[in-house]
Every structure is written in structure tokens, then in C-alpha cells.
Design a protein around this ligand. Structure first.
Ligand code: GDP
Length: 465
């Protein structure tokens, strides 16, 4: 990335809308905008504009005065990127914004790459890498809870927690080094157990962050959800309950739900991305190709699903299909929905069914999918299963797979350090592991982030952010 270039891009989503905002950032921002923007009051000028002020005027393309424009000025370093920044608002829709971008290119600006404004903010020290990742999570957040979580990261809670851990490891490490390198200097030995206790405390903090990652990711990004069940157990009815309207056609005839239904629904704090409600059954000689395809997709999707809702008819003896479905759910984030409770199945039949299903599921949920009130019951059960019910959105949290990988590497290094002490291996072994842990943590916060890491993080950003 060349910081000496001045870049511009549309910062608002393309398409119809009230206004479109084009952002310009870089050392020549004021020069370039001066060429394309004519203030309404001729005594005013872009060059003389102070930071945090606005001017009304028009932009000009090839000598022609086009749309009415509001220019908002920021002076380095007091801007999002830390550079000179001007935001130009024109009428929404693509026509005006595209003409304005063309005028800016003609004035010497280059198009900004994905996430380039945020990347510049990181390179210029305005944001840490974890905060930059939080920016993206806020943009992508599927729920208010998810956005709140990302906002906490943007405020620097994660950077602070990791910083605290690193400081303590640094102290330990300095102590160990002194002890190893200058044995004659009489450096006081750490009391037995003191080293292990300090390592254990840091590891526990990382363990908590790692354990919370899944639930946080669900809140921010939603979860891919697959509905399973043999024909007629009530999958379509459950889908309608989730969607809140008749999205799928419900009929008492077996095997009418054939298409993959892809739809996002908000269930409490969680966005469910629903896939494939085709009747899952053992397609024998009588099965047709379309149903076979639907079932195949359903099984395929199962591996990626963050939530599986398997529907059974409450109290009915398990069929071979039911058993096959239950077996597929083992070890997955799966909830068994025992549907049609309103038909009041005999308690002993229910108990037998629950006993047979329990080994394969994280939880069993008696439900009446037909009753709209069941939605809240289902929402509660899903939140408990995915661990989102107790997420503290104000606490530090890991918010990307990259951060998770770095935290896990650091945690594993600390575990190795603790193990080395348990085996009586002496301080140098612990020192080597500690150095590994510190490197991983530095990578997490992005202090030593190289171009490759920055490329990886920002490649997933949108242009204009
Ligand atoms: P699918 O084939 O699994 O999609 O099942 P459907 O949703 O089409 O439902 C099959 C039949 O069961 C329909 O007649 C539904 O009205 C009925 N049904 C679904 N849920 C319930 C429920 O909670 N209680 C009762 N009594 N009937 C239900």
C-alpha cells in the first residue's frame, strides 16, 4: 500500500438511497477536491477549510457543474485514517457518485482498495488491528447484540485484556531470563508453584476468551441452521413458526417439501440462516430424483451447520428414518424437537422416546410447532444450546478466526510451559514456551503484523471502508 497516494471510493452502499458519500483520503485530498468542488459562496475555498467544518457547493466534471454537494472536512491527524480526509455527499443512486468519482480520478486520486481507509487508519496508528477487525464485524453484524459485542472490541476491550496478559508474561519472562543468564547475580528464585500459578492464570484468561468465541460469532454473524426430520413430523410448520409467515407450503401429504429453502430469520438475539427443508427419508425404489437431491443437499449441509433442528413426532415409536437422523446428529450442535405435544402423547411413550434420543442430542425440546407461542420457547432453547444466553457484550471477546488462531497458539504454548514445570524441566524450558506465547499474542493484537497479515485481514473488507 502506498500511503503517498490519495485514494477515493464510495463509502455508502451502491444503489438507490437518499445520499451517496464519497470519501477522499491522502496527502493531496485538499488539492484534488479543490479541482472538483465549487463552493456556493465564492469567497470560501477548500484550501482554507478547517477540520470539522462543512461547505455547500457543486461538483464539476469536465467543466460542467453537476450535483449539489456537501463537503465535510477533516484535517490530519484528526480523521478516521489519520490523513487529510474529505467526505463529499451527493444525491443517492449511482449516477452522481460515479460522475464524482470520475472527476476525482481526473484530479489525480486513485481508487481505494478493499478496506483501504481502515488499513490506512491501522498503518497510521489510529486503530489497532483488533479494532479494525471490530469495524468489519460491526458492518457485518446480524443483530444488535452482535453489534454491541463488536463495539466493545472497537473500544479496545480485547486489546486491553491481551495487553494485560502480555505485560504479566513479560515480567515472568524477564525474571526467568535473569535467573538463567545471570546465575551468579543471586536473582531471587520464583517460589515453587509461583511460576506455574502465574502461567495458569494467564492460560485461564485465554481459555475463557477461546471458549466464548463460538457464542460471540453466533451473535455477530448468525448461524447456519439445518432442519431435519422424516416427512410429516412438522418441519414446514416449524419453518413457518420461525419465519412468522407461510413461507413453506404445509400439507398433510408426505414429501411435499422439496426445495432447499434458504432464508434468514431472527430468533431472539440470533440470526438463523435456514437451509433445506426437503423431507429427509431413506429414498428407496419409490423415491424420485428431486427428493433424493434434496436429501443429499441436506446431509451435505449438515457438516457446516452451526445448529441442527431435528424434528420428531412426540411419543411416536422411532422409525428407521428417525434413527438414521438421530445417528447423524451425534456430536453436532443438535436440538431434538419433539413436536405435536398438543396431541398429548402417553407419558411412558414420551419417556421411552426421550431416552432413545438423548445420547445423540445436546438437548431435547418438547414443542407444539403449530402454536405461535412456541417461538419464544424455541428461542430460549437455541440460545441455551449455542451458549449465547450468557454472553456479556461488554466483556473482551475474540472477533475473528485469525484472532482465535493466535489466542489458541498462545494458550497452547502456556499449557506446554506449565507441563514443562510439572515434569521438572527447569526454567529454560518454560522460557522457550513463554517466548512462543508472547509472539502469538503480539500477532493477535497486530503489533508485529506484516504485510501478509494486513493483506489477509483487509482482503475481506468492502471497498469504501
Ligand atoms: P413436514 O413434512 O415435516 O414438513 O411436516 P408438515 O409441517 O407439513 O406437517 C405435517 C402435518 O403435521 C400437517 O398436517 C401439520 O399441520 C401437522 N402438524 C405440524 N405441527 C403440528 C403440531 O405442533 N401439532 C399438531 N397437532 N399438528 C402439527
Amino acid at each position: 500500500m502506498e500511503l503517498e497516494k490519495t485514494v477515493c471510493a464510495l463509502a455508502t452502499p451502491p444503489g438507490p438511497g437518499g445520499i451517496a458519500v464519497v470519501r477522499v483520503s491522502g496527502p493531496q485530498a485538499y488539492e484534488a477536491v479543490e479541482k472538483v468542488f465549487r463552493p456556493l459562496h465564492r469567497e470560501r475555498s477548500v484550501r482554507a477549510a478547517h477540520g470539522y467544518t462543512a461547505l455547500l457547493g457543486h461538483f464539476v466534471l469536465r467543466g460542467q457543474e453537476l450535483d449539489e454537494t456537501i463537503a465535510l472536512f477533516f484535517r490530519a491527524p484528526h480523521s478516521y485514517t489519520g490523513e487529510d480526509v474529505i467526505e463529499l455527499s451527493v444525491h443517492g443512486g449511482s449516477a452522481m457518485a460515479e460522475s464524482l468519482l470520475e472527476a476525482l480520478y481526473l484530479a489525480g486520486c486513485a481508487p481505494a482498495g478493499p478496506g483501504e481507509f481502515t488499513r490506512r487508519a491501522v498503518v497510521n496508528g489510529r486503530l489497532s488491528l483488533t479494532q479494525a477487525e471490530a469495524v468489519m464485524e460491526i458492518i457485518a453484524a446480524g443483530s444488535r447484540q452482535g453489534a454491541a459485542l463488536a463495539k466493545t472490541a472497537l473500544d479496545g476491550a480485547l486489546a486491553k485484556t491481551i495487553g494485560g496478559i502480555r505485560e504479566r508474561l513479560q515480567t515472568l519472562s524477564a525474571h526467568l531470563t535473569a535467573w538463567i543468564d545471570y546465575p551468579e547475580e543471586d536473582v531471587p528464585e520464583l517460589a515453587p508453584g509461583e511460576l506455574t500459578a502465574a502461567l495458569g492464570a494467564a492460560k485461564a484468561q485465554l481459555d475463557a476468551l477461546i471458549a466464548g468465541y463460538g457464542a460471540g460469532a453466533v451473535l455477530r454473524r448468525g448461524v447456519d441452521c439445518v432442519l431435519l426430520g422424516r416427512p410429516n413430523v412438522g418441519k414446514s410448520t416449524l419453518l413457518n413458526l420461525l419465519a412468522g409467515f407461510d413461507r413453506a407450503i404445509v400439507t398433510p401429504v408426505a414429501g411435499t417439501t422439496r426445495d432447499v429453502v434458504e432464508q434468514a430469520v431472527q430468533l431472539g438475539d440470533i440470526r438463523l440462516n435456514l437451509f433445506d427443508t426437503a423431507g429427509v427419508r431413506d429414498v428407496g425404489a419409490q423415491g424420485d430424483a428431486v427428493e433424493a437431491e434434496g436429501i443429499r443437499r441436506s446431509w451435505n449441509k449438515l457438516d457446516e451447520a452451526g445448529l441442527v433442528l431435528a424434528v420428531f413426532e412426540a411419543g411416536a415409536p422411532l422409525t428407521e428414518d428417525d434413527k438414521a437422523i438421530a445417528a447423524r446428529c451425534a456430536g453436532r450442535p443438535a436440538l431434538a424437537v419433539l413436536n405435536k405435544q398438543d396431541l398429548q402423547p402417553p407419558p411412558n411413550a414420551l419417556a421411552a422416546q426421550e431416552q432413545a434420543l438423548r445420547p445423540y442430542f445436546r438437548a431435547l425440546l418438547p414443542l407444539t410447532a403449530k402454536d405461535p407461542a412456541s417461538r419464544d420457547v424455541l428461542a430460549g432453547a437455541v440460545a441455551r444450546l449455542l451458549g449465547t444466553a450468557h454472553v456479556d457484550t461488554g466483556a473482551a471477546a475474540l472477533c475473528s478466526a485469525r484472532q482465535l488462531a493466535a489466542a489458541t497458539a498462545a494458550r497452547d504454548a502456556l499449557a506446554a510451559a506449565i507441563e514443562s514445570q510439572r515434569q521438572g524441566l527447569g526454567p529454560d524450558a518454560a522460557g522457550v514456551c513463554l517466548a512462543d506465547a508472547q509472539r502469538a499474542l503480539a500477532e493477535l493484537t497486530g503489533e508485529d503484523a506484516g504485510e501478509a497479515t494486513l493483506d489477509e485481514v483487509f482482503s475481506t473488507f468492502c471497498v469504501g471502508k
